[in-house]
Design a protein around this ligand. Structure first.
Ligand SMILES: [Zn+2]
Length: 444
């Protein structure tokens, strides 16, 4: 029961995140001010080679760029004014994001969604959901009056769908096995799609050859990206998994997002009406609401995580990187102000034909989410601050961080894909050296 573990979740719907953010910012400001004073005192006294370089001396940058607490780009330069892309690189990024943003639109076909549900054991899923939501309800009641269940019924439906999808429906493909002798195969490159493969939406086909010499059978692995075709093929890597699963969440009546990550991964977010927020779901990993999985769990560094839905687009990177000093990669595909503009444009296109009232509701939701994402940055800073030893602050030293119990549950390596594939991607989790060989990465 993950919800009963560890510290209370932040930010629950009943926590006033604004107030919290305000208090933390205040505390942080005070600590920083103390540090600044100490730095200045030290500098005027003796020059110590071990103290942080006096980078903020005479520049308008806040001193966040030094050791701890961590820096985060969104804390500087706020508010940013969106700017249209003008250089070639930014325009390329815009075209790519615009094209990615079409993914969720492809699921919006009521006839196909109805048909998709025939592949799902609905009774089993609804029964499991009913049972789990009753348990959560009982747990909440045992904690006293006014306590809300950790998850609502519809959340439990998606959780049950995820378990079924991972355990009984879809299978993972590295190299497809030989269909004649079932031996492993060896990748030999790409092939042009056959007419029937193309008709079913595969633009790329990977070619494999049986490793047993006297067999030598060729295996084709078409990369289908039509969720409804994937209901038939029922296999793939994260791309196929996330595509088919997110479509099924949609079919079950949940609002969904398809999250693209620049470091070669995709996953799902579903909107929890019960918690009034978007929830991370990675069906390949059977992971529910574990946004720190990729960084603290797999040891991966991330640059961009962008969520697309039928009615919006959002930069959700801050949900997935809670310790930017350790896990953020440089975001260099476009200036931040340009990214804002691109996402504004995609959002506007999605909401073009909406009623004013609906637009207004969605804008309110965006603002709430922005506050949520900012609160992660603030609590990350507050945590760094709380790890600082008062004496170290006074002496201008960086203290060694204490272990954070809340990160423990994220510290699991990747479970989908075989060991070699995981190692080649540097996603083995804690203790595995993170060596990403760009030539040895499978496409999504
Ligand atoms: Zn064979």
């Amino acid at each position: 029961m993950e919800h009963s573990q560890g510290a209370p979740r932040a930010p629950a719907a009943n926590v006033d995140t604004d107030q919290l953010a305000h208090e933390m910012t205040e505390r942080f400001r005070q600590v920083l001010s103390t540090r600044r004073m100490n730095d200045l005192t030290l500098r005027s006294g003796q020059s110590r080679p071990s103290s942080p370089a006096p980078r903020d001396f005479g520049t308008p940058q806040p001193p966040l760029l030094q050791n701890a607490p961590p820096s985060y780009s969104s804390l500087r330069n706020i508010p940013l004014i969106p700017q249209p892309p003008s250089d070639a690189r930014s325009i390329r990024f815009k075209n790519m994001l615009t094209s990615l943003s079409n993914m969720p639109l492809r699921w919006e076909n009521p006839g196909l969604l109805d048909e998709a549900l025939t592949a799902v054991p609905l009774e089993q899923i609804y029964n499991e959901a009913e049972e789990e939501s009753q348990i959560l309800q009982a747990e909440a009641e045992s904690l006293g009056s006014g306590k809300k269940a950790a998850w609502g019924y519809q959340d439990c439906v998606i959780r049950a769908l995820m378990r079924w999808f991972k355990r009984s429906f879809f299978s993972w493909v590295n190299n497809p096995a030989c269909t004649r002798c079932f031996s492993p195969t060896i990748g030999i490159g790409m092939a042009a799609p056959l007419p029937d493969e193309q008709a079913r939406g595969a633009n790329q086909v990977e070619l494999y050859k049986c490793s047993v010499e006297h067999c030598g059978t060729y295996e084709r692995y078409p990369r289908y990206n039509d969720a409804f075709v994937l209901l038939q093929t029922r296999r793939g890597r994260c791309g196929e998994w996330a595509n088919c699963f997110t479509m099924l969440c949609r079919a079950l009546g949940t609002r969904v997002r398809w999250v693209w990550n620049a470091e070669d991964h995709v996953w799902t977010e579903v909107y929890s009406a019960h918690r009034k927020r978007w929830v991370h779901v990675d069906v390949c990993e059977e992971a529910w609401d574990k946004p720190r999985l990729y960084t603290e769990g797999w040891g991966k560094k991330l640059s961009y995580c962008i969520a697309f839905s039928v009615d919006g687009a959002m930069d959700v990177t801050r949900r997935y990187i809670r310790d930017p000093a350790k896990y953020s990669l440089e975001r260099n595909r476009a200036p931040e102000a340009v990214l804002l503009h691109i996402l504004d444009e995609i959002r506007a296109a999605r909401r073009n034909n909406m009623e004013k009232k609906e637009k207004f509701t969605l804008e309110g939701e965006d603002m709430r989410e922005d506050r949520e994402l900012r609160s992660y940055v603030i609590s990350s800073i507050a945590q760094q601050v709380s790890k600082l030893d008062a004496e170290d602050i006074a002496n201008g030293r960086q203290s060694s961080p204490r272990p954070d119990p809340d990160t423990q549950k994220a510290l699991e390596g990747r479970t989908s894909g075989n060991a070699q594939w995981i190692r080649s991607r540097g996603e083995g989790g804690r203790g595995t050296p993170n060596q990403q060989d760009p030539h040895n990465q499978h496409p999504r």
